[in-house]
Ligand binder design. Structure first.
Ligand code: RIB
Length: 314
């Protein structure tokens, strides 16, 4: 049987967004102008993004038994995400993120993971059959690293492709790289993981090559307004990002990952999946919030049509 569908293993964090003209400095209090509360967490965002773009998605994660967890479950109902592998922790709060945004859409994020850090290898094993049937599984680093490594290794042994979004970035052990099909760091994350300061395309390519040498199959470095760079054994290719008026860039990387997995699952090439993901991520920064700013398949298709990329319309 051919593998189909997407699994995402990872975090849910409620997001408390505070927007002000500029970001405060250390020790400074400033007055902002906009407050928003909404769903978040890198894993959950990626799962919802892919589901909203029409994919069959299974999310494996943990919530606390509190109002934030209840709101998350209601959100999964709205976005068609099955709840069979979303576990409720009786003793720990739901993950929380406080997100400060300035008028250019740039952010500072602080997360207290709560229930996310209780996600276990057992939680992953319970979804073994679904994982085995899936084309690709997405991981990030807002869960315990042992669980992430276990999940990635298990997927690899099952012949399921893996996408690691290495955020928040940490130095990774050598053992994990050969089990990663796709790694998708932004510039800061690529710098932390490789020790190469990534600021432009040549340094992104150098960092990408270092990751290939450690065993990763495909590297995609996302570079905000500078676009993204795909590095594989044949060389590299740069993809421009969409020019938009950014209101809030929070979750744009998650939207990219969700869009990328959706396009791969529909049979697109890696390059076309990046083009599709760039379009989805570009649309997502034009509104405040993460979930509320995710584009629907219809919106992405319209934008692809406007850009003359009719062959990418799903
Ligand atoms: O990538 C954006 C996400 O990072 C936010 O939703 C926030 O919750 C943090 O997890």
């Amino acid at each position: 049987m051919s593998k189909k569908g997407i699994v995402v293993v990872g975090s849910y964090n409620v997001g408390l967004f505070l927007k002000s003209d500029r970001l405060p400095q250390k020790g400074e209090t400033i007055i902002g102008h906009t407050f928003h509360e909404g769903g978040g967490g890198k894993g959950s965002n990626q799962a919802v993004a892919a589901s909203f773009l029409g994919s069959k998605v299974t999310f494996i994660g943990r919530l606390g038994k509190d109002v934030y967890g209840e709101n998350a479950l209601a959100m999964y109902d709205r976005y068609g995400i099955g709840k069979d592998y979303i576990y409720i922790d009786d003793h720990v709060h739901t993950g929380i993120s406080v997100i400060l945004i300035d008028n250019t859409g740039a952010n500072l994020i602080s997360v207290v993971p709560g229930a996310n850090y209780n996600l276990s290898t057992d939680d992953i094993d319970k979804a073994g059959e679904i994982i085995n049937n899936s084309l690709i599984a997405g991981f990030q680093l807002e869960s315990n690293f042992d669980v992430v490594e276990y999940g990635i290794t298990k997927c690899h042994s099952m012949g399921v492709q893996t996408l690691l979004d290495p955020a928040p970035a940490v130095i990774l052990p050598d053992s994990i790289f050969p089990n990663i099909t796709y790694i998708k760091p932004n510039m800061q994350e690529a710098s932390i993981i490789t020790g190469i300061e990534v600021t432009d395309v040549p340094s992104a390519v150098e960092a990408g090559k270092r990751l290939l040498n450690r065993g990763v199959k495909i590297v995609i470095v996302t570079m905000g307004e500078q676009g993204s760079v795909l590095i594989d054994s044949r060389g590299y290719e740069r993809f421009p990002s969409m020019q938009v008026n950014a209101v809030d860039t929070t979750g744009a990387g998650d939207c990219f990952s969700g869009g990328f997995m959706t396009a791969l699952d529909r049979g697109f090439s890696i390059a076309d999946s990046i083009r599709f993901a760039n379009c989805a991520a570009g649309l997502s920064v034009t509104k405040i919030g993460v979930i509320e700013s995710l584009p629907s398949l219809e919106e992405v298709n319209t934008e692809l049509g406007n850009q003359g990329l009719k062959e990418l319309i799903l």
